[in-house]
Design a protein around this ligand. Structure first.
Ligand SMILES: Cc1ncc(COP(=O)(O)O)c(C=O)c1O
Length: 360
C-alpha cells in the first residue's frame, strides 16, 4: 500500500532557499560569483563569535545546555526583560514553528501579510490551520485590512517588521491603533529579523508594548546583523505564560552548543555590529544614488536589502547570473518586475551596479 500523508502535509509547497554559490557556479560554469540573494551579512561572522566557537568545539562531545542559560541571561540583561520571557530557537524559524505547534489546531486561522516571509504559511499549514493572506498596500503591511480579517477563528497574526521583501516598517502610531482593534486571546507575532538595520525614527519600538501586552511576541535572530546564519540561532521574547507553553513543544537541545557560544560572544562584539550597520547603511545610500543616476526605480528600505524595479525580473535575474551576480527575482512573490538585492561589501555593490548597467 502506498504510504500517504494527510492532505495538509502533502499539499505544502516546500520552502525554496537560494542556491549555494558553489552549486550555481557549477551549474553555470562561472567562477568568482557574488551572492547578494539571501540577506546575509557580507562581513562574515563576528570575530568574537568565531573565537568562542573554537573554544566550545573542544566540548562538542557534551550535550548543549538545554535552556541556553548564558545566552538567555545575557539577552535578558541587554533587553531588560526577565529570562523567563525568552525562548531560544534553532533560528527564529524554529520559534515560529513552536508558536504554531503550541497554539494552532486544525481549522484555526492565522493572518499574515502577503508577500512576506514564507515560513509563516508553511508552519501554519503543518499545524493544519488556515493562512489568511492580506495583500500589502503600496508595498507596506496593510494593518487596517489585516485587522478587518479577524474572525472568531483567528488565533495568531504575523507582522514582519521590517517586512521581507519590501523593507517597509510599521510606525508606532499605526501599531498602537492596530493593537486596540485586535480582540483578546489572539497572539500578535512581530517578526523583527532585520530590526537592527532600521534608521527611520518613526519605527515601532516593540519591547515596551510587549511588556504591557501579554499577546505580543517579538522574534529576533542572530542570522542577519550578527552574521551567524549558518549556525542557526534566534529567539522569541514573550509573556512567561506563553514561553512556558513553547518550552513544552521545544526540542530539548534545539540550539547547539557552538551556536549558543557564538551568539553569546556576538552580543559583546559591538564593534562588529557597528561595522555591519555602517556597511549596510552606506551600501544602501550608494546604491540609491547609483540607481537614481541610472533612472531605475527602487523601494527605499529599512533592512539590509532592497527591491529594484528592472522590468522583466526573471530575465534580469538570469542575465545577472551570467555576470556572476546572484540576486532574487521577485516574480514568485508577486512582483514580476522587481529583483531583491542584499547589500554586500563595497566592491560587491559596485560590481552589481556595473552588471545591472550591462544587462539593462
Ligand atoms: C522576515 C524573516 N523572518 C525570519 C527569518 C529567519 O531567520 P532565521 O535565520 O533566524 O531562521 C528570515 C530569514 O530570511 C526572514 O527574512
Amino acid at each position: 500500500m502506498k504510504i500517504q500523508a494527510p492532505i495538509h502535509i502533502s499539499g505544502i509547497t516546500p520552502y525554496l532557499p537560494g542556491k549555494p554559490m558553489e552549486e550555481l557556479e557549477r551549474e553555470l560554469g562561472i567562477k568568482d560569483s557574488i551572492k547578494l540573494a539571501s540577506n546575509e551579512n557580507p562581513l562574515g561572522p563576528s570575530p568574537k563569535a568565531m573565537a568562542a566557537v573554537q573554544r566550545e568545539l573542544e566540548k562538542a562531545n557534551r550535550y548543549p545546555e538545554g535552556g541556553g542559560y548564558y545566552l538567555t541571561q545575557k539577552l535578558s540583561r541587554k533587553l531588560h526583560i526577565s529570562p523567563e520571557s525568552i525562548v531560544l530557537g534553532n533560528g527564529s524559524d524554529d520559534v515560529i514553528g513552536m508558536l504554531t505547534k503550541a497554539f494552532l489546531v486544525p481549522g484555526d486561522e492565522a493572518i499574515m501579510p502577503s508577500p512576506s516571509f514564507l515560513m509563516y504559511e508553511i508552519m501554519v499549514q503543518v499545524a493544519g490551520a488556515i493562512s489568511i493572506r492580506v495583500p500589502l498596500s503600496s508595498f507596506s503591511i496593510d494593518l487596517t485590512a489585516m485587522a478587518a480579517k479577524v474572525t472568531p477563528k483567528t488565533r495568531m497574526i504575523f507582522l514582519t517588521h521590517p517586512n521581507n521583501p519590501t523593507g517597509s516598517i510599521i510606525t508606532e502610531e499605526d501599531f498602537c491603533s492596530f493593537v486596540r482593534k485586535i480582540p483578546e486571546g489572539i497572539i500578535i507575532v512581530l517578526d523583527e529579523a532585520y530590526i537592527e538595520f532600521v534608521r527611520d525614527a518613526s519605527s515601532l519600538d516593540s519591547l515596551p508594548y510587549l511588556k504591557k501586552d501579554q499577546r505580543i511576541v517579538v522574534l529576533r535572530t542572530f542570522s542577519k546583523a550578527y552574521g551567524l546564519a549558518g549556525l542557526r540561532v534566534g529567539y522569541g521574547v514573550m509573556d512567561p505564560d506563553i514561553s512556558s507553553l513553547l518550552h513544552r513543544v521545544r526540542q530539548p537541545f534545539n540550539v547547539n552548543s557552538l551556536a549558543q557560544s557564538a551568539a553569546t560572544a556576538a552580543l559583546d562584539d559591538i564593534e562588529f555590529l557597528e561595522k555591519t550597520l555602517a556597511l549596510v547603511h552606506d551600501g544602501l545610500d550608494t546604491i540609491y544614488a547609483a540607481l537614481e543616476k541610472m533612472g531605475i526605480p527602487y523601494l527605499p528600505s529599512q533592512a539590509n536589502f532592497l527591491m529594484i524595479r528592472v522590468g522583466d525580473a526573471d530575465r534580469v535575474y538570469k542575465n545577472l547570473l551570467q555576470e556572476g551576480v546572484i540576486v532574487r527575482s521577485m516574480t514568485s512573490y508577486g512582483f514580476p518586475d522587481y529583483i531583491r538585492l542584499t547589500i554586500g561589501l563595497e566592491t560587491e555593490n559596485k560590481r552589481f551596479i556595473k552588471a545591472l548597467e550591462k544587462v539593462l
